[in-house]
Design a protein around this ligand. Structure first.
Ligand code: GCV
Length: 736
């Protein structure tokens, strides 16, 4: 079938072919700067502003030698053309005259020059996706070399080098060796076939199912480029609240078309499997995973999928959770269900990611205990190609949670950690909340599974338990909005997720620094101010939403804004269930005198969380019911400290508005004004959260708002009757 682009917006990629590339060089060098609208993400490639650096780069890279016509090498060459043309502000030819300092890129198989450099031993350590970048002298000529074992490593190396140029760091004595610590680095799209996105705040789904497979939006390739630039190597295209229709031939042809665009960029596609598909599509009476006919149906379905997509990654499954069908409908275990699907995809090299996000209102125990209670006993019962996918915390993507006790608690089962990049519980569209610090908090947490140093990162990268498979997944915040993510600052979370997936050891500051430089500017005063804003932004959100370990105080259903009073139809969805406020105090007792969820952690962690002396303030009310008058470490009563934290969140949000205003003129007005509006909205939302929460909890504490703290703007009744947002896809609130 002939494919054409929809042409809705100009693609960022150049056309194919050498002639076209040369034309592109000229274009890139000569074209006026494109208006900033956020579409280019962190791949803007403006001319290097530091004159000394520009000279350094120009003298090191006079020409490019990247041979080979494999699609991934072509993609790497196109990116270099675009990137160097923009950054160096001049044509960088593909042919290298004698003596000219060259950028040489390739694998030993694709480039005779790379093969001649004797990099074998160094490359071997870097696996399929790693790369090295080095300044060498060969045949009397200086060359900057990007070498890898496979083409995709070359592509990753090209993006790494372009990042160094964009952030204006020296390449004089470059000696880089980089390989991902995690094998699977996936985006999970909660995208529905009607193009709505569950918990999406960035427009409609990117996947235009109606137009596929005949029409391929240029955004598909831009999406793949952006992902490859940060090392993401897989995309689960569909919502975990799954629709079996995506497994029909008509949709598999569409999936194959997307896979075809993504493949050169090293991205495999995965689908969510609706457990009841044999009934819905196959006309069967059961989906019992031990029924031979059901097993045969899935095997045939897997064979069919691989005919459409030979490198299909596998299935992601949400089963027996929040109304989704699953093996327990037939009195079978999660392992029975996962293993059946694993057997179906195993002959093709596929995997099954089976989610541990299970809880039920019918189970009388504390909701946060249930995933561990269900899955810990199944450790060792899964096929080798099953990975259990666990959310970072035991509850549900709250602004702050302790790490899930399943990390360290499943030594025989490879775990994928699921993070939420989209900000369902973190202010959604407007909030600044840069999430790298939150993810680092979990990655660096010590599970003590094998003594001190058993961090969650080491569980995930397989070094702790010797997992054969490793991975991390982020619930995407991407849609067809011009900015891709609903706001310019939300792009930072997509970026941070990819960077941490490649290397969980990176610091949040380093990631913020790179992202600001590439997305906005290298101007040091802008950098310093915005970095500080970003680094404090998650703590700010914790403070104004759920300080001191509170959780799940958001409004019912859409989860935007405060509703600590709300009854959501069942206890384990209702804020009062989680805060447990009464006239004596507030907080959920999860020690031995309460739900004893602390016992799911290894002893040093359990003891730390269980004791009022050692529990960090950040998790206090997550694990303890604390009296309103009790004194905390600060010497203040719990009530006073709570008010103080809410206020600190509001103060930071307001300060950000002022700091940002002081940066006017340092970046383009389109993105500046947009961020300004978001920050102003966030300051109002912070106040709303603070006032509503304090007024509600005051009905229990019966204590006055301490001196020197602002009075609430409205009454509790006002907040309780406020209905926001009017439009859940553009969350905001006019009445605050
Ligand atoms: C996809 C939370 C969200 C749901 C989501 C669920 C999950 O409960 O509110 O929208 O469903 O998590 O992760 O499965």
């Amino acid at each position: 079938m002939r494919r054409r682009s929809s042409g809705a917006r100009a693609p960022l990629r150049p056309p194919r072919g050498r002639v076209a590339l040369l034309a592109l060089f000229l274009l890139a060098a000569a074209a006026p700067a494109r208006a900033e609208d956020g579409h280019s993400l962190w791949l803007r490639y403006p001319r290097v502003s530091d004159a000394a650096r520009l000279r350094e780069y120009r003298s090191a890279i006079a020409c490019v030698r990247l041979e080979g016509q494999a699609p991934t090498l072509r993609a790497a060459r196109e990116e270099l053309s675009l990137g160097l043309g923009g950054l160096l502000g001049r044509v960088v030819p593909l042919a290298c005259p004698a003596g000219a300092p060259a950028l040489v890129a390739g694998t030993p198989a694709s480039s005779a020059l790379v093969a001649s450099l004797g990099l074998g031993a160094d490359l071997r350590a870097l696996g399929d996706e790693g790369f090295l970048i080095r300044m060498v002298v060969t045949g009397g000529r200086r060359a900057l070399v990007i070498a890898a074992n496979r083409d995709v490593g070359v592509l990753y190396g090209v993006f790494d080098l372009l990042r160094r140029l964009q952030t204006q760091s020296s390449i004089a004595n470059l000696r880089v060796a980089s390989a991902p610590r995690l094998r699977l680095r996936l985006l999970d799209h909660w995208d529905n076939l009607d193009r709505t996105v569950e918990r999406g705040y960035a427009g409609s789904s990117l996947w235009d199912w109606a137009a596929l497979p005949g029409t391929l939006s240029p955004r598909y390739r831009d999406y793949a480029r952006a992902n490859a630039s940060i090392g993401i190597n897989g995309a689960v295209l569909t919502n975990v609240n799954a629709n079996a229709t995506v497994l029909t031939p008509a949709y598999l042809a569409k999936v194959a078309a997307l896979a075809g665009v993504f493949r050169p960029y090293g991205i495999q596609v995965y689908l969510t499997a609706r457990f009841s598909a044999p009934i819905e599509l196959g006309g069967m009476k059961t989906a019992d995973p031990l029924d031979p006919a059901v097993r045969a149906w899935w095997k045939a379905k897997a064979d069919e999928i691989y005919r459409y997509v030979p490198d299909f990654g596998g299935f992601l499954v949400k089963a027996n959770s929040e109304g989704q069908p699953g093996p327990q409908d037939y009195h079978r275990s999660h392992a029975d269900g996962a293993n059946m699907l694993a057997d179906a995809v195993a002959p093709h090299g596929g995997i099954v990611m089976w989610r541990a996000f299970v809880y039920s209102a019918g189970v009388p125990t504390d909701r946060i205990r249930q995933a561990y209670d269900e899955f810990h006993p199944l450790d060792g019962a899964f096929r080798p190609n099953v990975m259990v996918q666990v959310k970072n915390g035991p509850l549900d993507f709250q602004p702050r949670e302790p790490f899930s006790p399943l990390f360290g608690g499943m030594p025989k089962t490879p775990l994928v950690m699921e993070l939420q990049v989209t900000k369902e519980y973190l202010g959604q569209r407007n909030s600044l909340a840069f999430l790298a610090p939150m993810w680092k908090e979990v990655l660096d947490a010590d599970t003590y599974a094998r003594g001190p140093g058993s961090t969650v990162a080491r569980v995930l990268d397989g070094t702790l338990h010797g997992y054969a498979r490793t991975g991390i997944a982020g619930v995407a915040n991407i849609g067809d909005d011009t900015t891709w993510c609903g706001s310019d600052f939300n792009q930072a979370n997509w970026y941070a997720f990819g960077r941490l997936a490649w290397n969980p050891g990176l610091t949040s500051v380093q990631i913020a620094d790179e992202w600001i430089r590439m997305t906005f500017t290298n101007d040091p005063s802008f950098l310093e101010a915005v970095e500080a804003m970003m680094m404090g932004s998650r703590e700010e959100a914790v403070n104004y939403m759920t300080p001191l370990g509170l959780a799940h105080q958001m409004a019912t259903g859409h989860h935007f804004g405060p509703a600590p009073w709300a009854w959501a139809g069942r206890a384990d969805w209702s804020p009062p269930y989680f805060a447990r406020a009464d006239t004596l105090g507030i907080g959920f007792d999860r020690t031995a005198s309460g739900s004893d969820a602390v016992a799911q952690y290894f002893p040093p962690v359990a003891a730390r969380f269980a004791s009022r002396d050692s529990i960090p303030d950040a998790f206090l009310l997550f694990f303890h019911h604390v009296g309103w008058h009790e004194r905390l470490r600060s010497g203040r009563t719990l009530w006073d400290e709570l008010v103080r934290r809410y206020d600190a969140g509001v103060a930071t949000a307001r300060a950000n508005v002022r700091i940002w205003e002081g940066l006017r003129g340092k970046i383009d007005t389109v993105r500046f004004d947009r961020a300004s509006a978001n920050l102003t909205a966030e300051a109002a939302e912070a106040r709303w959260w603070r006032d509503a929460s304090i007024l509600y909890f005051q009905t229990f504490s019966r204590m006055p708002i301490p001196m020197g703290h602002e009075r609430p703007a409205h009454t509790l009744d006002y907040y309780e009757t406020l209905r926001c947002p009017a439009n859940p896809r553009r969350p905001s609130c006019d009445g605050i």
